[in-house]
Write a protein that binds this ligand. Structure first.
Ligand code: ADP
Ligand code: MG
Length: 501
């Protein structure tokens, strides 16, 4: 299916005429050992339908039992988001049919979520903070996974068969829903991306989820509406579903702003509907008309008692919370003596954890930062992967730094060693040995190369003897050429000075 072409209003023009209102719903899969309501493994990537049981298959008579750790993780997330934690909350049935959900209803929380009324302060690229208000964080279960065969890509359209894998059915999910985000204007796309990034960082720090957007363990639905500048009342929203990268969150909001503005400007109306996001061109296309809550016929699940959370338990959990990512950042910045913009570059490059690990492995903060934020970020960009997914570890970067400090590698040779590691040629020392990168310390070899270079450049020797001692650069260059860049620069300079004295 090719994405339809849409009339889009220029982004700047949108801002002159309309005020965007956003709402973000983020689903986080918890990495508990077992499912939310049964004892099957919640692991990702196992053989299809190997982690199933009567509850997750929805077999008649099977009864759900609440996963205690799932509730604990939900409370952790709620506390970290500055939410109130309900003393009593309930599970409800959200009724709808889909083949990835054998029970015909999803167990979720509806009007009594476990956590509500919080906020998350998000740091934007220019360093300013934006407070995103949280409406609620509630517990639910994930659905199974469908794989469509025979169509274009893995889409259902044109498919001839669909496979159902129930491993994911019943995996614990927390859905975090923001209050409407108003007044963001041109920053709406950036705020959406920064919020999802901050949430991801937070749940990883809490150690409750892998939050891998590429594997679906964190997904975002982005609601957007426009209202004419100056109007109070919200416009009709669309909900772009299952966005699975940070960049796509930003693009989806931007695209919907430009698309909806063009429709409204043309006298059209926005339908309340879900939309699909297309990574290929950053567009969205029509999904289904949005059900209202009534369509789901929510009612309390009679198989599950209310979740009663004592204040003592909440305080026990609060005491186990790790250092929050923003406090950790402030501490690191202070310890390393970084300027605000240096810290921002580090964070925006997604390099903070890698640099911390490299420092722990023996590099200084400056050395570690320089490798990750400049050379390795460049490499990650070239091959369009995340910095953390490059085929080099912090320990390997630290080893390269040690070899430079010991004078065994020049910066240039060190980059070649890093290239070799990235290319899968082995560990740092293996690459250095195999590629013959180590700096030549053999004075005899260097001396021969210097003599050769001096003999080939009598004019330079003459200028030097006439008092112009700055002309030796060409000699150093020639020596480096014969030694393939491996001569120790300090030794080369010493030998040149001695020969010409
Ligand atoms: P649904 O069940 O339809 O997904 P939710 O309450 O779970 O509804 O989420 C709706 C999200 O959209 C919330 O984040 C809410 O703040 C936001 N929202 C509600 N109305 C609007 C609107 N008119 N424009 C933009 N966002 C909205
Ligand atoms: Mg919702």
């Amino acid at each position: 299916m090719t994405a339809a072409t849409y009339d889009l209003m220029d982004f700047d023009e949108v801002l002159e005429k309309f005020d965007p209102v956003m709402g973000l719903e983020v689903h986080v899969e918890l990495h508990t050992a077992t499912k939310m309501f049964s004892a099957s493994s919640a692991a990702f990537g196992d053989a299809p339908n190997s982690n199933v049981d009567p509850v997750s298959l929805g077999l008649p008579g099977a009864l759900p039992v609440v996963n205690h750790t799932g509730v604990e993780y939900a409370i952790k997330i709620g506390l970290a988001l500055n939410c109130s934690i309900a003393e009593s909350s309930r599970f409800a049935r959200k009724n709808y049919f889909y083949p990835d959900q054998p029970k015909n209803y999803q167990i979720s929380q509806y009007d009594e979520p476990i956590a509500y009324d919080g906020y998350l302060d998000v740091v934007l690229e220019d360093g300013t903070e934006w407070r995103v208000e949280i409406e609620r964080a509630h517990m639910e279960e994930d659905t199974g996974k469908l794989t469509h065969l025979g169509g274009a890509g893995s889409r259902i359209h044109g498919a001839t068969a669909s496979l159902v894998d129930c491993n994911r059915a019943g995996v614990p999910l927390i859905e975090i829903v923001t209050k409407p985000i108003e007044g963001a204007g041109e920053r709406a796309p950036e705020i959406a991306k920064a919020y999802v990034a901050a949430l991801r960082e937070l749940v990883v720090a809490l150690d409750v989820s892998d939050a891998r957007m590429d594997q679906g363990s964190m997904r975002c639905d982005a609601n957007l509406s426009l209202r004419p500048i100056g109007r109070q009342e919200f416009g009709t929203r669309t909900e772009t579903k299952n966005i699975n990268s940070l960049k796509s969150v930003e693009q989806a909001i931007r695209f919907e702003m430009m698309r909806q503005a063009a429709v409204l400007e043309d006298g059209g109306v926005i339908e309340q509907e879900t939309r699909h996001f297309h990574e290929a061109d950053g567009s969205t296309s029509k999904g289904r008309p949005k059900e209202s809550a009534d369509d789901y016929r929510y009612f309390n699940d009679p198989d599950l008692p209310p979740v009663i959370v004592s204040r003592e338990w909440v305080e026990e959990i609060r005491a186990t919370l790790p250092e929050m990512p923003w406090l950790r950042r402030a501490r690191i910045q202070e310890a390393w003596g970084l300027k605000d913009e240096e810290m921002r570059d580090l964070v925006n490059a997604g390099a903070l954890d890698l640099v911390i690990a490299t420092v722990e492995a023996g590099a200084t903060p400056d050395e570690a930062r320089s490798w990750w934020v400049s050379y390795l970020s460049g490499k990650a960009n070239e091959s369009a992967v995340e910095l953390a997914d490059l085929a080099i570890t912090p320990a390997q970067v630290a080893r390269v730094v040690v070899l430079i400090n010991e004078g065994k590698l020049t910066n240039k040779l060190a980059r070649k060693a890093v290239d070799g590691v990235l290319a899968g040629e082995g560990d740092v020392d293996e690459v250095v040995a195999a590629r013959g990168l180590e700096v030549v310390r053999d004075d005899g070899a260097i001396e021969a190369a210097v003599e050769e270079a001096l003999a080939a450049n009598p004019d330079i020797v003459e200028k030097y003897k006439a008092g112009n001692t700055k002309v030796t650069g060409a000699i150093v260059g020639a020596v480096m050429k014969t030694t393939k860049g491996k001569a120790d620069p300090k030794t080369v300079n010493e030998i040149i000075a001695r020969k010409l004295a």
